[in-house]
Design a protein around this ligand. Structure first.
Ligand SMILES: [Zn+2]
Length: 318
């Protein structure tokens, strides 16, 4: 199944500019979004296979991606181009620079974070992710194409219990100006603050409870972004080879050159998308408030690894 989707901007009754789902998100499908899916106690897979094709934002290579239902209780990546080599998710074998990548001695899979965030929001933890290249396609730079396809395919509970990680006491990880802290909470919340010396971005802060409804409407549509002045350097390092005006918001010194924005604060929303994708590497639903300031993938990953190394800060919810 290949999906085309369009989006449109409308003004709602309050006059606030809102990003509105296309007709693909019929009322019936939107009704099927259960608010507390993240809190479900059973593992889930997809009802049927979905596929995508696109380009890897860093590799520049075309890639076909299939999400294949499975009852294994795990998310397994499979490289169809490497004799079906399989890779599970091991938070100790992750590289986090400009994107988040699974690495092993035989293979790597780059830019998993937007897909992982989407699977996490749907509570999907049993799946084969098959691809014929080393990078998840960037699609339009957001998670919306993944959300749209999974909403259409539907999810299916398995008779496998899942455990929720509950943060028990606060902690702060600091790296120069950047930090991530986490606190006990009865919900899964994220607060993110960014501060760029750029007239369109500046200081942006957003705080929200993460569930499938807020993820699909407030976070998934937010696209990745980059600065024109960084493009040459990134390309000389073999990065952003597939980046284009179709799959990233690009800023020159004054403006977004390929607007309009989907939200005035689309940038901080995208950072939340990235953080959800990186926290999903813990492999469990979360109860806690995660606050990030001026962070990025490498600090997100340090927080994940800190939690794995520090069982006194969390427990599986009873
Ligand atoms: Zn991202």
């Amino acid at each position: 199944m290949k999906l085309q989707f369009n989006h449109q901007r409308l003004w709602d009754a309050s006059g606030e500019k809102r990003y509105i789902f296309s007709s693909l998100f019929s009322l019936e499908i939107r009704r099927s979004i259960v608010y507390n899916e993240l809190a479900m106690e059973e593992k889930k897979t997809l009802q049927k296979e979905v596929s995508f094709s696109g380009v890897g934002v860093h590799s520049g290579k075309n890639v076909n991606l299939a999400l294949i239902p499975s009852d294994s209780g795990e998310i397994i990546f499979r490289r169809a181009d490497l004799d079906n080599l399989e890779m599970g998710i091991d938070p100790r074998q992750i590289e986090a620079k400009n994107s988040t990548s699974l690495v092993s001695k035989d293979s790597r899979i780059q830019t998993i974070e937007h897909l992982m965030a989407t699977l996490f929001a749907f509570g999907i933890d049993s799946l084969i992710v098959e691809l014929d290249s080393g990078e998840i396609p960037i699609m339009d730079g957001s998670a919306l194409p993944f959300v749209a396809a999974i909403l259409q395919a539907g999810t299916k509970p398995l008779t496998l219990n899942k455990k929720t990680i509950q943060i028990l006491k606060p902690f702060v990880l600091q790296e120069k100006e950047a930090s991530i802290s986490f606190f006990p909470d009865s919900d899964f919340k994220i607060t993110y603050l960014i501060d760029f010396a750029h007239p369109v971005i500046g200081k942006q802060e957003l705080s929200l409870s993460v569930n499938l409804r807020t993820f699909a409407s407030e976070i998934a549509p937010a696209r990745t972004f980059g600065f024109l002045k960084d493009v040459e350097l990134m390309r000389s390092q073999g990065l952003a080879l597939g980046g284009s005006l179709e799959n990233a918001l690009v800023l020159d010194d004054e403006k977004v050159i390929n607007g309009p924005l989907r939200f005035p604060d689309e940038f901080v929303r995208h950072k939340i998308l990235d953080l959800i994708g990186d926290l999903s590497l813990l492999g469990s639903p979360l109860l806690g408030h995660f606050k990030a300031e001026k962070a990025g993938h490498s600090l997100h990953l340090r927080a994940v690894q800190f939690l794995l190394d520090s069982p006194e800060f969390w427990a599986y919810e009873k």
